[in-house]
Design a protein around this ligand. Structure first.
Ligand SMILES: [Mn+2]
Length: 326
């Protein structure tokens, strides 16, 4: 049985210290797992000693269609508390050995999309600086939160040009959408002059976006319908990625049969194992400096997609750990 809260289970976050806020003499009561990623309770010590920081950004613009992404980070964290720490593919327990911190959520200003994105870029940059070499995993929120994060990372690496691996059904290359360039549909258009963008799994794209992609050396599009016959698309994607990669994972990349909980689902998306095979290669063959997972809009009464995405988040951390350790 997966992890019911069990104080005797090895590798959970309750090995010695009592949960935060609980006095020592009550530490042995049957407290539930902490409401942190994987149920791990590692909150103290300077952030630059952490291997991984999970940063929830439950941002959703009020005008966005397909509401609910602001509940995404919490659903991922809740589901992650019941993910097995042991990973049979890698034959190890990354969650038990890594120092994984879950930060509080960032509440961005409601004064409009543009000021919220500016605020996020500054905040994200400061968190990334404080974390140093650790792996920063941001949980959205709608896809617009990715651009400030990518721009902040591009700034950190200066002249070393960043590549963005965008797992997504959509190109998000509209110059503006619903009157604002800060829209989720423009998330990648905003970073094209600062980073190369390789979109994988695309299948819902406008004519305008294809034209923009063809006119830009920085954009590579890999169509979902080219991903079924063989694995040549993996080589094509890897070839287009430079040494330093930022991974942005819009959960509508997945087929709606496994993740229907998203604002703009598209048929014909990625499956679980093929996707993991590709991601593992990316982590092995490139330096993935940071990642985000966005656009999960939890469906009440349908927890499976939340678990898929929680496990994906853990896989990203595990691949990163595996490749750093090896
Ligand atoms: Mn999308």
């Amino acid at each position: 049985m997966p992890n019911r809260p069990d104080p005797d289970a090895p590798g959970r976050g309750r090995d010695s210290a009592p949960p935060v806020g609980v006095p020592n003499d009550l530490a042995d009561l049957p407290w539930e797992l902490p409401r942190a990623f994987l149920g791990l309770d590692r909150t103290d010590g300077p952030l630059n000693e952490a291997d991984v920081a999970v940063l929830p950004v439950p941002y959703e613009s009020t005008t966005s269609w397909g509401a609910g992404t602001r509940l995404g980070p919490d659903a991922i964290i809740q589901a992650s508390r019941y993910v097995e720490l042991y990973d049979q593919e890698l034959d190890c327990e990354p969650g038990a050995t890594l120092d994984i911190r879950t930060l509080p959520a960032l509440e961005l200003t409601r004064a409009g999309a543009a000021p919220a994105m500016d605020e996020l870029q500054a905040a994200y940059g400061r968190v990334a600086e404080a974390l140093g070499d650790g792996f920063l995993l941001m949980l959205g929120g709608e896809h617009s939160v990715s651009s400030p994060a990518i721009l902040a990372q591009a700034q950190r690496f200066g002249r070393e040009r960043l590549s963005v691996l965008q797992m997504d059904a959509h190109a998000d290359l509209r110059l503006q959408y619903e009157g604002t360039p800060a829209s989720h549909a423009s998330a990648m258009a905003r970073v094209l002059d600062r980073a190369d963008v390789v979109g994988v799994g695309l299948r819902g794209v406008s004519r305008e976006e294809i034209d923009l992609s063809r006119a830009s050396k920085a954009s590579t599009l890999i169509w979902a319908d080219d991903m079924w016959e063989d694995d040549r698309w993996m080589e094509e994607a890897l070839e287009a990625l430079g040494p330093k990669v930022y991974l942005t994972f819009d959960v509508d990349y997945f087929d709606p049969s496994i993740v229907p909980s998203t604002g703009t689902p598209e048929p014909g998306g990625g499956d679980w194992y093929r996707t993991l095979r590709f991601l593992r290669r990316v982590f092995e063959e490139r330096d993935v400096v940071a990642a985000d997972i966005v656009e999960l809009a939890p469906t009440p009464g349908l927890p499976a997609p939340d678990f898929v995405v929680a496990k994906l988040a853990y896989k990203l951390i595990s691949y990163r750990y595996l490749t750093k350790a090896g």
